[in-house]
Ligand binder design. Structure first.
Ligand code: MUC
Ligand code: MG
Length: 373
């Protein structure tokens, strides 16, 4: 079995509309573009992976079109004909030959693990040492751009029992307007409902100091990436100043970021994302650093579709100290899907499929429908 080779790597971009506009500090999303990787092996097994970002080049430094080009032009020729058995060996080869491009690398690692899981008849979580849970808590982001609509959306989702915790996006408007928006939603959903606030780097440190004080007073449960991602010391200062937990998101991209932030106390929670870390095994390394430093963990998303979401879910399911749950709701923000069976979300959790690999199958008719021509 160990002489199985990678025969071909194909990529395609899937464009899917969102169910409503999604407002972040740096972009308003009306659709999502996902790069899907199909990795074909000499034993007839196909592995799937996904590389997805938010708002073209406005969130990260890899665009969907750029990721496709990187994989087609550099990664596929490098990996074609190489043994598919050892994901670690392939990732080492990739990291030696290709700098950066973590989103693209994460999609390749997912596809290799999906193929290997299918080959051995085990899930990706099993390949990573085994799951500690088969379900994960999933919050919902209220980001319609309108306070009343957000409150209504939260009530609808709580009534359905689908989500019990909400994340709010701020940073597009004047900080005082944003703070008023958060306070209105916190009141509107009820004091007992957990609310977190993601500033997506939009505030200066001095604005953050004033803003977080007001959000803490309003009972907000967690503040995510209030200041620019490069200001590690600022995150450390804010984390020691406030009682409300401060979460590093954009700041904690790589394993080395996790180490540097942990050393100086830059954040009391880390948001793990397979894409920014360059793969599933790297987020487990970040999780180990966090565990050693007493930092809590949160399962983040780049608003991936089902393939990317399940890749993260398998990795997150192996982490015992995921204290802040996850935001793996990406597929629910999209109007349709490209897999045969969609993920089940109910009672505030998602179910992780237990079938081999990622546990899903592509629906090729749907792929044809949404594939960028
Ligand atoms: C981010 O920065 O957290 C995750 C959920 C969401 O609504 O946006 C993303 C990105
Ligand atoms: Mg964030």
């Amino acid at each position: 079995m160990k002489d199985i080779l990678i025969e071909k790597i194909e990529t395609l971009i899937i464009d899917l509309p969102t169910i409503r506009p999604h407002h972040l500090s740096m972009a308003v999303m009306r659709n999502q573009a996902m790069v899907i990787v199909r990795l074909f092996c000499s034993d007839g097994i196909e592995g799937l992976g996904e590389a997805t970002t938010i708002g073209g080049l406005s969130y990260g430094d890899e665009s969907p079109e750029g990721m496709k080009l990187t994989i087609d032009t550099y990664i596929a020729p490098l990996l074609t004909g190489k043994p598919a058995w050892s994901t670690n060996a392939i990732m080492a080869l990739l990291n030696y030959n290709i700098q950066g491009n973590n989103f693209a690398k994460a999609a390749i690692e997912t596809a290799l693990l999906d193929a290997q899981g299918k080959r051995l008849g085990v899930s990706i979580a099993d390949l990573l040492g085994g799951a500690v849970t088969q379900t994960l808590p999933v919050l919902w982001t209220l980001a319609s751009g309108d306070t009343d609509k957000d409150i209504q959306e939260a009530h609808e989702l709580m009534a359905k029992g689908r989500h019990q915790t909400f994340k709010l996006k701020v940073g597009r408007r004047d900080p005082n307007m944003d703070i008023a928006h958060v306070i209105a939603i916190k009141r509107g959903v009820g004091e007992a409902v957990k609310v977190t606030v993601d500033v997506n780097q939009a505030w200066s440190e001095s604005v953050a100091k004033l803003g977080i004080q007001k959000l803490q007073n309003a009972g907000v449960d967690l503040i995510e990436q209030p200041i620019v991602k490069t200001n590690f010391e600022g995150l450390a200062r804010l984390s020691s100043y406030f009682r409300v937990p401060i979460m590093a998101d954009e700041a904690v991209a790589t394993v080395s970021d996790a180490f540097k932030l942990a050393k100086i106390g830059g954040g009391s929670v880390f948001a793990l994302k397979t894409s920014k870390a360059g793969g599933l095994s790297n987020i487990l390394k970040q999780a180990a650093i966090a565990q050693g430093a007493g930092i809590s963990l949160y399962g983040g998303t780049m608003l991936e579709g089902t393939i990317g979401t399940l890749a993260s879910a398998h990795a997150f399911s192996t982490i015992p100290n995921l204290d802040w749950g996850t935001e793996l709701f990406g597929p629910l923000l999209l109007t349709d899907d490209i897999v045969k069976k969609r993920i089940t979300y109910a009672n505030g959790v998602m179910e992780i499929p237990q079938e081999p690999g990622l546990g899903i199958e592509l629906d090729l008719n749907q792929v044809e429908k949404y594939k960028r021509k």
